[in-house]
Design a protein around this ligand. Sequence first.
Ligand SMILES: Cc1ncc(COP(=O)(O)O)c(C=O)c1O
Length: 440
Amino acid sequence: MTKLTASEIAQMHPETLALSYGFDPWLSEGAVKPPVFLTSTFAFKCAADGKQFFAWAHGEGSPPPRREQGLIYSRLNNPNLEIFEDRVALWEGMKDACSFASGMAAIATTLLATHQPGDEMIVCAPVYGGTDAFALHFLHRFGIAAHFVPAGIDAPALAEALITARTRSIFIESPANPNNRLTDIGRMKELARRHAPAAPGAETGRILVIVDNTMAGPVFAQPAKVGADIVLYSATKFIGGHSDVVGGVALANDPVLLAAIARHRALFGGMPNPHTAWLLTRSLETLKIRAEQQQRNAVAVAAFLAQHPKVRRVGFLGLLTPDDPEYAIYRKQHSGPGSLISCYLHGGEKEAFALLDHLKVFKLAVSLGSTESLAQHPAAMTHSGLAPADKLLGGVTDDLVRLSIGIENHDDLIWDLQQALDQVAPVENPAPAACLVGVT
Ligand SMILES: Cc1ncc(COP(=O)(O)O)c(C=O)c1O
């Protein structure tokens, strides 16, 4: 075996590199797969090494790149975390990543690492319920204010009206959880640059564009390519992909930003354990084939739902047409529609619960992006903590069921939805149906 050169690696695709990048078998007895480095601490060859590694970890002197700073202690660094971080960064085409014990740990640590008391955030609603609660209630206690605008085509104009000298970030989920609305990341970046240009020599300006890309997953959208400064993931979803592990990732191209996030991770202790990182690395090997099969199934399921008389509207990127204002954003930011479907029924909670209670193949469970299909009711479950006004702003209505499509045979999924919809009582005088991702 001969090693790939750096220029050969640069030409390879992430699905190829997901099987080998960042791991040298000859450092581990020739093992083809990375062993799990179940160790809390690492031996230094000499005391001077220990002193040097700690100095670098504190940011003293001129530290080499993170991967060359020397292993110290598994809250600071560990080979399994580093292999996973190297490989997940490849999928994004980004320079570096920091792994976490959960998506919320990634989000919370990143926001605390990048904001100070007095700062303001602009958040495109809806966002995941935990993110909403963190930005709105927790950060508020530390003097950081979150202002919300609805996600979608008007979000940049609405955000611009809220920008002040204290604005530190624009936080976006695109597509948004749970309504699949799209926000133009490039326009937000342009806004950020115009209102707070980067200082000479700095990679990022004062206003950071932070994108939680969990809903699309790294196969079909890479937000940094269109302007995101920081990309966040709940790795529990598509990256882990089997509903058997909880994890998170923060990625940034600016080494100063990433170092700040890594330092705060070490302070808060939100890193994944080596086995979690190993599982996430294993899952990256099948990420593309899983995501593509899930997407194929979702296209078929969305087409079925769009023509069903008990369905009022289907929010699915694959159903956007060129006359929809968000279509241009879709073409710019996505290479495929992914596998999340927002299904709005005629009726309300009663009808939505009837559908959920009669499903046999879909699991009635929160989470998304896994091999098995999942269905849940955001208003009563993942987004139940939102205030009624925020639910309204984010289109989290009682008639909405969020579907995450898995890798099963799509005929079986459609059969399941059909038999469950048969059990939903028809409503009198239903509102006219619409199948686009549009206003609810
Ligand atoms: C879009 C999004 N971001 C973040 C999270 C939080 O991730 P975790 O549950 O891994 O902490 C979730 C969880 O559902 C999510 O859907």
